[in-house]
Design a protein around this ligand. Structure first.
Ligand code: NAP
Length: 295
């Protein structure tokens, strides 16, 4: 079998198009576009690339962008004050503080300071808790993007065996919550899991969010499974530029799976699309409007 390559770029483009048209409607109705503030602390090159592409996508969707680039010498108190000011700014519906933060700053305190209604990353304990008990919330962008791809591919996920590899607060745990809400039977694997290949072999759905290049091998995959590869790992190449690979050995897994996301071009583009979607949703909720349709 050669698996279908799930085109995350195309799926993300479709979401972004829908978001842009709803942004237009919102702006007509409210007299202002939804606003997203990004906060980048320091000059970590990967973080700077991510934030730049988020800012670009915000503008392309017709939203108002408020980019804050702060020095890595900033104190925790100063950063908390920036967040507090953004909470109070009526033009801003979403606040994204790019992680990781410099050592002197406690990321948990920063996340807890973001107004939950503006927490478009969905990392605030209020949003994590609401997701866990099935209440409307702002859902972390990467797992939400994975869920969208899975539903587009499989329709109902009810009763399917899902194995999520990784239990981070950013990807693994919210992914598991989303799959439970879809009535999948969910196993969360991590670094202490015994016989990981055996666990993964049971899965109709595999979501790999580990951060280890090509760890998941083809012979771990159940024939006909759907594989979502969240990992982004740079491996060395002879020309010195390096190459991006996922947590799944793509060529091997594609021989066995029914469908699989590539890296790059799979989950990555969905993360930004869902950030825009969350900002639009946050803007609607803050304005007392129903959630936008079709997203
Ligand atoms: P993380 O916080 O480092 O978590 C990694 C998880 O993998 C942990 O739960 C860890 O287990 C588990 N793990 C590590 N080694 C393992 C092993 N040998 N066997 C089984 N499990 C193992 O990472 P993350 O933030 O969730 O990100 C995971 C990957 O996704 C990274 O490559 C990251 O770059 C990528 N990512 C991509 C996007 C995107 O937009 N596409 C967004 C976010 C993250 P323990 O808990 O036991 O330590």
């Amino acid at each position: 079998m050669t698996a279908k390559r799930i085109d995350g770029k195309a799926a993300a483009a479709a979401i972004r198009e829908t978001v842009a048209s709803r942004v237009h409607d919102f702006a007509q109705r409210m007299g202002r576009p939804p606003g997203l503030a990004t906060v980048l602390v320091g000059e970590d090159p990967a973080s700077a690339v991510y934030v730049r592409s988020k800012n670009r996508a915000t503008a392309e969707a017709g939203m108002a962008g408020f980019a804050h680039n702060l020095p890595d010498t900033i104190s925790e108190a100063e950063l908390l004050q920036v967040v507090t000011d953004l909470n109070a700014d009526e033009r801003i519906d979403g606040i994204l503080v790019q992680l990781p933060l410099p050592r002197q700053i406690d990321a948990t305190r920063v996340i807890e300071t973001i107004e939950p209604g503006k927490d478009v990353d969905g990392f605030h304990p209020v949003n994590a808790g609401r997701l866990a008990i099935g209440l409307p919330s702002l859902v972390p962008c990467t797992p939400f993007g994975c869920l969208h791809l899975l539903k587009a591919e499989l329709g109902s996920l009810a009763g399917l065996e899902a194995v999520v590899i990784g239990r981070s607060n950013i990807v693994g745990k919210p992914m598991a919550q989303l799959l439970i809400a879809e009535s999948s039977t969910v196993t969360v694997a991590h670094s202490k899991t015994r016989d990981l290949p055996g666990v993964v072999r049971r899965a109709d759905i595999v979501v790999a969010a580990v951060g280890r290049a090509e760890m998941v091998r083809g012979d771990w995959i159940k024939p006909g499974a759907t594989v979502i590869d969240v990992g982004i790992n740079r491996i060395p190449t002879e020309d010195g530029k390096g190459r991006l690979v996922g947590d799944v050995a793509y060529d091997e897994a594609a021989e066995v799976a029914a469908a699989i996301t590539p890296v790059p071009g799979g989950v990555g583009p969905m993360t930004i699309a869902m950030l825009l979607r969350n900002t639009l949703v946050a803007a609607h909720r803050r304005a007392g409007l129903h959630d936008p349709e079709g997203l």
